[in-house]
Design a protein around this ligand. Structure first.
Ligand code: CA
Length: 513
């Protein structure tokens, strides 16, 4: 990687480079070899390093990101209007488990202070979660959360927060449709998230399709203390709103008493379950933040921890780079199966993968989903892919897992929580105030302009990689240290300090009735 004229070329074969100076480069600027820029090129956009003929390949990351719609002279701005998108790599005959690299050296001695649960999982927060079997009860639950926060929480200083797990599912849905398994298992597995300490409270209505008892974690149906894990608002004993709230406050207090007895204890870094995703990407994502996150992901894997990367539409075009990294045929086939399922899902909606890129991505210099995907997969580092889980499933193995989720920030976040994530790392180039109430989200900026403008919303600036001040490894190590501090409660992420939390949003590919 070099920085001639404040441009970065990633791979030796590339015929485009990315402008990294904050104001862009104006026409007439000199390229490294003395040639002149033909056009003015905005920050994070691409410059042709050679004359590219009509239909010629445009190469970035050493891969074809598109074909020239017309001849592009050296020094031109290669904007999206000049680029024809290639076909997605075919899913047949992909190389599976072919990469033979020596295992990464294990890392020992790294710990964080977490809340250990009975089932062996470890939380990074100590939260009372209140889940629901149907949207009908959401208003009552929101009222309850407000009352608990005001009247009960001050008496339980070891409990971090009380969180409503409201959602849009539960009734008015084709609950027996095969794809309904996705929203249902998502809700079931969210109640088992390590940050809820197996103390989740469940509020049902009484006439809904989704049985609230189906949300109760295994082994919690009949509690020895007589405290029912489910409270149903249509219960004949509850006479009106005040009765309901009083009953709910009573149950909440019993959970808070137990949660308040928990203390952080030193746990090995192998207990981390870190989800990775990006949102509002730009062309620097694949140069700065995502490779730094990839470096940190490798450190977590080397320390024995679990890392999930996701976002099917943002890996689909780089799938030929991922299948060789799977550990065996069955994991490789599972990865291909998830891609094929999503191809069919998009097709059924008469859309294709080009539906992914946003206007902001394009303003940020990303010509299409191919370029976005090649930058996105850098988050996964270089560890082997040990497992693939479907949307809403729980993580099963330590190491690097591909969790098949949509790229939608809120849906990916929700599915990561269901998978058992106790902390998320989120990279952004355009900027988003995204956050999750149930788990800390560390936001990493791809460029220093954003990090400086959003000084109180961004947790780590990876823009220093573009300017050459820091290496990918340095920022990756800083991120790893920050992950341990945040997981220990020693540092709070910006979104938590400001109380910025997005809603849980379920992925429901099944019909609504
Ligand atoms: Ca996303």
């Amino acid at each position: 990687m070099s920085v001639p004229g404040r441009m970065i070329k990633i791979h030796a074969d590339d015929n485009v480079a990315i402008v990294v100076n904050a104001e862009g480069l104006s026409a007439g600027s000199h390229l490294a070899d003395g040639a002149l820029l033909v056009d003015s090129v905005p920050h994070a956009h691409k410059v042709a390093l050679v004359d590219i003929p009509e239909n010629g390949e445009i190469l970035r990351y050493g891969e074809v990101i598109g074909y020239a719609l017309q001849s592009i002279p050296r020094g031109s701005w290669v904007h999206e209007g000049l680029v024809r998108m290639p076909e997605a790599p075919p899913l047949e005959e992909l190389p599976i488990a072919t990469r033979r690299t020596p295992p990464l050296e294990p890392l020992t001695g790294f710990t964080f202070d977490g809340y250990r649960n009975d089932d062996g999982s470890v939380g990074t927060k100590n939260i009372l979660g209140i889940s629901t079997s149907v949207q009908c009860v959401a208003g009552v639950v929101n009222h309850l959360v407000e009352r608990v926060r005001k009247e009960l929480l001050p008496r339980f200083p070891n409990v971090d927060d009380v969180v409503a797990l409201n959602h849009s599912y539960g009734c008015g849905v084709a609950i027996n449709a095969p794809a309904a398994i996705i929203p249902i298992r998502t809700l079931q597995n969210i109640t088992r998230n390590p940050n809820l300490g197996n103390e989740v409270m469940i509020v049902g209505l009484g006439c809904e399709k989704l049985d609230p008892f189906k949300l109760v974690p295994p082994g919690h149906v009949a509690r020895s203390d007589g405290c029912s894990p489910v409270l149903t608002l249509q219960d004949a004993g509850l006479k009106g709103f005040n009765d309901m709230v009083a009953a709910l406050m009573d149950v909440a207090e019993q959970h808070l008493v137990r949660l308040d007895q928990r203390r952080r204890q030193s746990c090995p870094a192998s207990e981390l379950v870190v989800g990775l995703q990006c949102g509002g990407s730009d062309a620097l994502s694949g140069i700065t933040a995502n490779p730094a996150v990839g470096h940190a992901a490798d450190l977590i894997v080397r320390a024995g921890g679990s890392v999930m990367f996701s976002e099917v539409t943002e890996v689909r075009d780089a799938i030929h780079l991922l299948t060789p990294r799977t550990i065996d045929q069955s994991v490789g086939q599972a990865l291909v199966r998830e891609m094929a399922w999503y191809d069919r899902y998009l097709q059924a909606g008469e859309a294709d993968r080009s539906a992914n890129t946003t206007p902001g991505n394009k303003q940020g210099g990303l010509a299409n989903i191919v370029e976005k995907a090649l930058g996105s997969v850098a988050k996964s580092g270089c560890s082997p892919i040990v497992d693939v889980i479907g949307p809403g499933e729980r993580i099963r193995r330590k190491g690097l897992t591909f969790a098949a989720t949509p790229a939608s920030d809120f849906i990916c976040g929700t599915l990561h929580l269901a998978a058992g994530m106790n902390l998320q790392v989120f990279t952004t180039g355009r900027g988003t105030p995204y956050g999750l109430a149930m788990a800390p989200v560390i936001k990493v900026a791809t460029n220093s302009t954003l990090a400086q403008r959003w000084h109180d919303l961004i947790d780590l600036d990876a823009g220093s990689i573009a300017t050459g001040e820091k290496s990918i490894a340095q920022v990756g190590e800083e991120l790893f240290a920050l992950i341990l501090d945040v997981a220990s409660g020693r540092k709070r992420v910006c979104a938590d300090r400001l109380g910025l939390h997005n809603d849980l949003v379920l992925f429901n590919p099944a019909p609504i009735t």
